[in-house]
Design a protein. Sequence first.
Length: 220
Amino acid sequence: MKYVIAPSILSADFTQLGKDIKETEEGGAAYLHFDVMDGMFVPNISFGIPVMKSIRKATHQVMDAHLMVQDPIRYVKAFKEAGADLITVHLEACPDVRKTLTEIKDLGIMAGLSICPETPVEEIREYLEYVDMILIMSVHPGAGGQKFMEESLDRIRETRKMIEESGKEIDIQVDGGVKLENARKILDAGANILVAGSAVFGDNIVENTRKFVEIFRDYE
Ligand SMILES: O=C(CO)[C@H](O)[C@H](O)COP(=O)(O)O
């Protein structure tokens, strides 16, 4: 199984975004995570397609678009054209989950399905055949810098068990309050892709990223 750190640019310094992204790449981040918020599914508004399009030219990282957007099927083609390699939608935001995931796969890119902390893990079972990744939110979606919800660990374990039972190879991504200090217990529970915003951006981006990558060595 691959282990990946996906820095969330929501916590980057937007006055020097290109430099911050380069530093995550230098530190060994294979993915770059885009938190797209529409002010409807979540209260905040972040950034969208033009930002992704310009970053695509500046990095070879896997562009991981997390659409915290109501009825996201409306935007999946535009995000793919802007450079997304992976598009994750929320189960709670899709009027037709199956159709939305199929639309993403038909574009020739990876599909992810995310659930909020209140949504029972069991609800993802019927969609496992359509996804490359499950994203377990470990905070309420909508803002960076929140505290990791400890009950997420059981939800990650339950998801990994369900994936194993399905016999499919599906990544588990965890997003919200991920730090160097709790990374190991999240990985031990069964996650293999960690999103981190405030733990990566700030001082020493290269070093912060590299420390996550070093932890992964014990799991590979
Ligand atoms: O959009 C998010 C939650 O909706 C962020 O991706 C997430 O919270 C990352 O930030 P941090 O690592 O600081 O918690």
